[in-house]
Write a protein that binds this ligand. Structure first.
Ligand SMILES: NC(=O)c1ccc[n+]([C@@H]2O[C@H](COP(=O)([O-])OP(=O)(O)OC[C@H]3O[C@@H](n4cnc5c(N)ncnc54)[C@H](O)[C@@H]3O)[C@@H](O)[C@H]2O)c1
Length: 426
């Protein structure tokens, strides 16, 4: 069923562009609105409110009401690779509703969420984490017990060619999100305040590059980011940390290694190799292919985040990894071997013959490695998949889902939401 979020037009008088409650605490923040105020404001013509001017799109009718509040979470970036997997797992494994705020950049794909299109527990909203009035509306209306921030610009190559979007979303966006969340959190009652969590999803790339003999990154490693992407993520991690130490916001940060698995946008190494191989195209490998990364199956990342959310210590950071350090060329050869097995070429040759070496990426980090023992020691988390099992599932998933891949490659996924929900935009 398709419907719209019932958003109160609460901000039409309460916020001016770029201003927060912290900037002007005398203003009437949504988090402080009483039930009757919200109900009264809801009756106003929707086209007058700031919220109503946004482009709201949701999969389901929002049955959640302010008078019968249930526990729920708000996820950002939940139409992307990891966020999408997280939202799917959450909806299939929990009764708790999830509000999913995603800007739907090129990396956001609602087709990933097609299997929960009719799920009443999933409420999708198209919007920007940096849009304070929108985020404040969502927080006031849904009153989540936790916010999990996946939203980011995430592709290193794109950050090299155009760092601006990375600064805007990863740094400014996180800052604005933190301020919106702080305004909401500071007006919760003591019990809600105590149990609230802001979980920030980050990367191992903030730690910089290791030599082949260096020990793996622990949570106490210095930050030494080398790309515009990792620098912007490092900055966002510092902001999250500061909002905890300065304002007491109950934050958790995770720093994870390279993910792989279903719904991965085919600009990243593993899906790119699979789709290029099947299309008979070359398999471009940067430099000598000996850049080492740790690889984690995305479902294991999702389970780790659920663990941290449940039991992580406030203000702490947790390194998440798969104990699967491998050079890129080995990853590519493994993909080729699996394709040779699952979808052998008619002429009997290996897909590996399509591998070519191309000029290395600027400033390419040589090695990342994650020491994930804190996750195991404190939270009892360990990855369920080895690289051998995870990569088989991944290659098989791409073979089983050619339509998802084709729509991403052709750009048709960008029209999918309009086609699927024709007329759904208010
Ligand atoms: N992919 C990995 O291997 C990896 C590893 C470690 C950490 N991470 C981190 O995990 C998070 C998710 O990564 P991913 O690979 O799923 O990324 P992705 O690029 O696949 O998805 C990002 C999502 O965020 C959305 N988005 C972008 N800007 C937004 C904004 N301003 N407001 C709201 N939504 C916005 C996009 O539409 C997209 O759906 C990122 O923070 C990334 O830094 C990724």
């Amino acid at each position: 069923m398709v419907g719209y979020i019932d958003i109160p037009a609460v901000l039409e008088e309460t916020s001016t562009a770029g201003e927060t409650e912290a900037d002007n605490p005398s203003r009437d923040s949504p988090a402080r609105l009483t039930e009757s105020m919200i109900q009264a404001r809801r009756k106003r013509p929707l086209d007058r409110g700031v919220c109503a001017q946004k482009q709201w799109i949701t999969f389901t009718l929002n049955l959640h009401s302010n008078t019968q509040r249930t526990s729920m979470i708000l996820v950002t970036g939940g139409a992307g690779f990891i966020g999408g997997n997280f939202v799917l797992d959450w909806c299939f494994g929990s009764d708790e509703p999830v509000v999913n705020l995603d800007k739907l950049t090129y990396a956001g794909n609602l087709e990933t969420l097609a299997s929960i299109a009719d799920n009443q527990k999933h409420i999708f909203v198209q919007g920007d984490i940096g849009d304070r009035s929108l985020v404040a509306c969502l927080l006031a209306d849904h009153r989540p017990r936790a916010v999990i921030n996946f939203a980011a610009e995430s592709h290193v190559d794109r950050s090299i060619h155009g760092p601006g979007d990375f600064i805007k979303t990863n740094i400014e966006g996180t800052y604005n999100l933190l301020e919106s969340v702080r305004g909401y959190w500071s007006n919760l009652n003591d019990i809600e305040k105590h149990s609230f969590r802001f979980l920030h999803v980050s990367t191992d790339e903030v730690y910089g590059s290791l030599s082949s003999t260096d020990p793996a990154f622990t949570e106490t490693n210095r930050y030494e980011p080398n790309s515009p992407y990792s620098a912007s993520k490092a900055a966002s991690d510092h902001l999250v940390r500061a909002w905890h130490h300065t304002y007491g916001l109950p934050v958790l940060t995770t720093n994870c290694s390279n993910n792989y698995g279903p719904y991965h946008f085919p600009e990243k190494l593993i899906p790119l190799m699979i789709v290029n191989a099947l299309a008979g195209k070359s398999l471009p490998v940067y430099g000598d292919g000996m850049q080492v990364r740790d690889w984690l199956y995305v479902k294991d990342h999702c389970s780790a985040i659920r663990c941290v959310l449940r039991a992580g210590r406030l203000g702490e950071t947790y390194n998440i990894g798969g104990w699967n350090e491998k050079p890129n060329i080995e990853i590519v050869r493994t993909v080729c071997t699996l394709l040779d097995e699952f979808r052998p070429k008619a002429d009997g040759t290996s897909y590996a013959a399509q591998i070519i070496y191309v000029t290395d990426r600027l400033g390419h980090d040589r090695r990342y490695a994650i020491d994930a023992r804190k996750m195991e020691r404190e939270l009892g988390w360990k990855p369920a998949e080895t690289f051998t099992t995870g990569i088989r599932k991944t290659v098989q998933w791409y073979l089983d889902n050619p339509k998802w891949v084709a729509n991403v490659q052709s750009g048709a996924y960008r029209d999918w939401m309009q086609k699927q929900y024709a007329g759904a935009t208010p």
